[in-house]
Design a protein around this ligand. Structure first.
Ligand code: GLC
Length: 516
């Protein structure tokens, strides 16, 4: 008898127990064939993420991190075949790019155009990544901000649909993220679902930030996006094409990146004009909190840090603080709390609140570090603040991943007073590095940070008000001075579960709710 092992090779089976020898007798009649126990082979569920960026290959923000870490978390479950498709930008990191495998090329119809599309493949952590190559559209610095972004991402989405046929992979779930991938859902529902191979593909659309909707003039619907004018009601909103609206209308389910944000976007204050559409489609909306990759953000192994530490052995966090102070030219004072911000310098990050009261906070014994780039008004303000408060305030106007990790590890408090925040990852990273978060209760900030006073892992305030924020900063500085209490709070922050374990399950349930 032979058995097949996992790798498919055959081996002889060993007798389990050599009992007393028995005499073999020729059977008189052939015995009834034994029925082999039925082994049910359940085909893997096929999930395809369509997104404009994915870590570690190319990242400009939280979207990329979520695509990289959620796909990896889902792929841990061997009932799923998880793949991701992104454009092959010029800035894709070289160390990965050199190992991409070219698997072929096709020509993609986009209205009257017929464009070259090369396809590259790379496998990482059980996830297959595809990269869509077209030098005319993607051989440029950065990912966004070009006059023809609409056409670039229309090409990308149309290519996605064509590539499925080329590689023979028809996903059960086409999971599109943000407006740049919205057209994939629209092409599925207006063009491809009439082809037999595509008819069972179901679409999920995730909003990472409702502020960016992909709005274009209506007259380019056919000519540029290649969508027939009689589908105009799907995408038209406020007298223009709104790609996010189109995806919401035609997907089976849509989601946002935290339960609180899912609620908030029904409200005009948060919805940037789309609240009516969200409310009308509320029956298919859910909010699932993002997680972070615990291997990537691990103070115990992070090589960017001056020293490594963990929740069980946090002692060396003090080394990280001391070295950070030295590096940034701040007086080395182990007992002076460092309040840090790592942020894009744009208004919805709550910077107006900071401007209003930071100087009052600075009257106390504390140091303030800001790292970020953005609107020049804020850049100038924080540069000036650092000049006026030398030895107390440092502003670094740049985006620097290595330095950001040193700050996450070396600071004591992390401030994130956003006006709106779909999820936010920085408060989770800071907490994991033992830097206690102070947040406004909005979106994912509310869902991930709970108030110290109620036994939580950080400090929070509800109203978008500078003095409410100052009040909790002072509260936090007060707790910092009670050493035993502070150590307990740091431990609590570090031990909060920010992994994908719960949220990946929620995505699985979302997929299954459609497929079943
Ligand atoms: C966007 C949101 C941010 C969220 C990220 C990942 O960048 O602004 O809050 O964490 O997407 O979903």
């Amino acid at each position: 008898m032979t058995a097949t092992n996992k790798t498919g090779s055959k081996r002889k089976s060993e007798p389990v127990n050599a009992g007393p020898a028995i005499e073999l007798v020729e059977p008189t009649a052939a015995p009834a064939p034994e029925e082999a126990p039925a082994v049910e082979v359940v085909p893997k569920k096929k999930i395809l993420f369509v997104a404009s960026e994915a870590a570690p290959f190319i990242a400009t923000g939280g979207l990329a991190e979520v695509i990289g870490s959620l796909s990896k978390a889902l792929a841990k479950n061997d009932r799923y075949d998880v793949r991701v498709i992104v454009p092959l930008y010029q800035d894709i990191r070289k160390e990965y790019r050199k190992d991409f495998r070219f698997i072929g090329n096709i020509f993609v119809p986009l209205s009257w155009r017929n464009q070259y599309c090369g396809i590259f493949e790379y496998e990482k952590d059980n996830v297959t990544f595809y990269f869509v190559d077209n030098e005319y559209y993607f051989k440029r610095p950065g990912c966004y901000g070009y006059y023809d972004d609409g056409e670039r991402f229309a090409f990308f989405c149309r290519s996605v649909m064509e590539i499925l046929g080329f590689i023979g992979f028809y996903p059960d779930i086409l999971h599109c993220h943000d407006w740049q991938a919205a057209l994939a859902a629209l092409y599925l529902k207006t063009i491809y679902c009439f082809r037999p191979e595509y008819q069972f593909i179901r679409a999920v659309f995730t909003i990472h930030n409702i502020e960016y909707q992909g709005k274009y003039s209506l007259d380019i619907l056919e000519d540029l996006f290649g969508i027939s004018y009689h589908y105009r009601n799907l995408v038209e909103y406020d007298r223009c094409i709104n790609l996010m609206k189109g995806a919401i209308e035609c997907c089976e389910r849509f989601s946002t990146v935290s339960p609180t944000y899912a609620n908030e976007i029904k409200d005009p204050y948060y919805a940037h004009g789309l609240d009516a559409i969200v409310r009308r489609n509320e029956f298919k909306l859910c909010g699932i909190l993002n997680g972070i990759d615990p291997d990537y953000y691990d103070p115990e192994t992070d090589t960017a840090l001056f020293a490594n530490y963990s929740a069980a052995h946090p002692e060396k966090k003090a080394v990280c603080k001391e070295e950070l102070q030295k590096m940034l030219g701040l007086p080395v004072k182990p007992d002076t709390p460092i309040l840090a911000m790592i942020t894009r310098l744009v208004s919805h990050k709550g910077l107006d609140l900071v401007k209003e009261v930071i100087e009052q906070a600075l009257r106390q014994d504390m140091q303030f570090i800001l790292l970020g780039t953005g609107d020049s008004g804020y850049e100038n303000y924080f540069t000036d603040l650092a000049r006026r408060y030398q030895g107390k305030v440092v502003s670094i106007i740049s985006f620097n991943s290595d330095l950001s990790r040193k700050i996450y590890a070396g600071a004591d408090l992390f401030l994130m007073p956003s006006k709106s925040e779909p999820c936010g990852l920085s408060q989770m990273i800071a907490s994991r590095y033992g830097t206690v978060a102070i947040v406004r209760e909005t979106g994912g900030l509310k869902d991930s940070i709970t108030p110290y006073g109620a036994g939580g892992n950080g400090f929070t305030f509800a109203n978008y008000d500078a003095y409410d924020m100052l009040y909790v900063i002072n509260e936090a500085l007060g707790v910092y001075r009670i050493k035993g209490e502070w150590a307990k709070l740091v431990k609590k922050a570090m031990e909060t579960d920010f992994t994908w374990s719960t949220s990946a399950k929620s995505y699985e349930n979302l997929y299954l709710s459609i497929l079943n």
